[in-house]
Design a protein around this ligand. Structure first.
Ligand code: MG
Ligand code: MG
Length: 256
């Protein structure tokens, strides 16, 4: 069932989304060569819990052990933070995080460069961010889920990259994963119709090489089968009568 959120639920999700946006911005300032993914995870959990009533969505979700998924280079999603995993100059790291507040979740991810990355690597990040932006523009009343996936696929494939098929975006609300599933590929005007009050986690996962994936022996970390780099960006987006509203952003402040 696809849920339509009430005004109260929407404002709570926006509040969770603001904590989440602030968390990712805080982490972006800590990503550097020599930092371990466990360092980032601990900092994230403390930061989230410093906001009254907020807690990390991921910890314990399907028995996941941490507050962040940290996925480096050829890792696509669901990497487990570890003291042994230390960032190197030239890596990219996808940080995926959820915040739970007053019964509702928000979900967002960014992929960040560590130190100096090659132009080819930076291009993957830029294209994947553009794919998310294009997808959010399609999150309007009267469009269908297929319009969102089609937008991602167009941007990714025009750049010569491939789209992960097995992992998808999703509805989100009082449950972290709700219907509908939101593939990052598809045809316009296919799939469920978008309506005011739906909240969707839109999350392109784009590989420089082939689209095939596999899961490591830890049963969580999903990697590209060919070892090529992968990027992941995600926002939680509300469908409104006047267009998409991204909930996982911090309000813009005028410069002091
Ligand atoms: Mg996520
Ligand atoms: Mg998600």
């Amino acid at each position: 069932m696809i849920t339509i959120k009430s005004a109260r639920e929407i404002e709570t999700m926006a509040a969770a989304g603001k904590v989440l946006a602030d968390t990712l911005a805080f982490l972006a300032g800590r990503v550097a060569p020599g930092v371990s993914t466990a360092d980032l995870d601990e900092a994230a959990e403390e930061f989230i819990r410093s906001h009254e009533g907020a807690r990390p969505s991921f910890k314990g979700l399907y028995d996941f052990p941490a507050s962040l998924c940290t996925s480096i280079n050829e890792e696509i999603v669901h990497g487990i933070p570890s003291r042994q995993r230390v960032l190197d100059d030239g890596d990219i790291i996808s940080i995926d995080c959820g915040v739970y507040l007053e019964g509702l979740h928000a979900d967002s991810a960014v992929t960040l460069p560590v130190g100096d990355v090659s132009p080819d690597t930076q291009r993957l990040l830029d294209v994947t961010q553009s794919a998310l932006d294009a997808a959010i523009k399609e999150a309007v009343v009267g469009n269908h889920v297929g319009d969102i996936g089609h937008a991602v696929q167009n941007v990714a494939e025009a750049a010569g990259y491939s789209v992960v098929r097995e992992l998808v975006g999703h509805g989100i609300g009082s449950s972290f994963h709700e219907e509908p599933q939101i593939p990052n590929y598809g045809k316009p005007k296919r799939g469920p119709r978008l309506q005011t009050g739906m909240t969707l986690a839109i999350e392109p996962m784009i590989n420089i090489g082939g689209r095939e994936i596999r899961t490591l022996d830890d049963k969580w970390t999903v990697v590209t089968n060919d070892g090529s780099l992968s990027a992941h960006f995600e926002h939680t987006v509300l469908i409104t009568a006047s267009g998409p509203r991204t909930l996982t952003v911090a309000p813009v402040h005028a410069p002091a």
